[in-house]
Write a protein that binds this ligand. Structure first.
Ligand code: SAH
Length: 219
């Protein structure tokens, strides 16, 4: 069997369209986000053995005990960040396999992505370059501190959960900017949205979610 380089089989446009319709049915309304789900090749971000499942609305293993986030939650977080308009600088904590990073890169001026596992950070960088995506800076590090040198950010996306929000992250948000992050312990996490106004921060719960933990230090 060939590796299906042209995406004719299980990774075909028909399969991608089905995922898009599923996400639309679940409430994703941004056509810009849905178009990215249709066009960004998620099967290139997972192991070849799992490529045939890449357009199912499910999380999949990416090695090192981590998972690629479910397409619905990637789309929902992206939509939440986009709703203020075009994005200049975006900070992503927990780049993982780089699929969410690729979506953000198509919508933002520059994406700064921090990943604590060296093997994932390296692979993420290579994959994005292979896809011709050049507006992403990847750092291997502990993202809880943010990336002060490039702050403030128009949007911050945290793809791993913690009981409390790291205070340094909120401080790196631009006025008018938005941040999304899952808060809580395993089994009882809530995706939270913060908006920074000239007066301070507005915080609102969005929905129940399930993410891997935000871990201290690097690996
Ligand atoms: N959006 C990614 C999500 C991967 S899972 C994807 O779809 O592939 C969450 C990622 O957060 C993991 O890769 C994990 O290694 C990373 N992570 C956990 N704690 C972190 C921290 N303190 N700093 C940076 N990355 C972290």
């Amino acid at each position: 069997m060939s590796k299906d380089p042209n995406g004719i089989g299980l990774t075909s446009q028909r399969v991608r369209n089905r995922l898009v319709e599923q996400l639309r049915g679940m409430g994703i309304a941004s056509e810009a986000v849905l178009e990215l789900v249709r066009t960004v090749p998620r099967h290139l971000f997972v192991d070849e053995a799992l490529a045939s499942r890449a357009y199912e609305n499910t999380a999949l293993p990416i090695g090192y005990g981590q998972t690629i986030s479910q397409p619905y939650i990637v789309a929902a977080m992206t939509e939440l960040l986009l709703s203020t308009g075009p994005l200049g600088r975006v900070l992503e904590i927990g780049g993982g396999c780089g699929y969410q990073t690729a979506l953000l890169a198509r919508l933002a001026g520059t994406v700064y992505s921090i990943e604590r596992i060296a093997g994932l950070a390296n692979r993420l960088q290579e994959r994005l370059l292979d896809l011709g995506i050049r507006n992403v800076h990847v750092a291997h590090g502990d993202g809880r501190e943010g990336w002060m040198a490039h702050a403030p950010f128009d949007a911050i996306l945290v793809a791993a959960a913690a009981p409390d929000v790291p205070v340094s992250l909120l401080g790196q948000l631009a006025v008018g900017g938005r941040m999304v992050m899952p808060l809580g312990l395993p089994g009882e996490q809530t995706l939270m949205l913060w908006r920074r106004t000239s007066e301070g921060f507005l915080e609102e719960p969005v929905q129940r979610v399930s993410f891997v933990p935000l871990v201290e230090g690097v690996s």
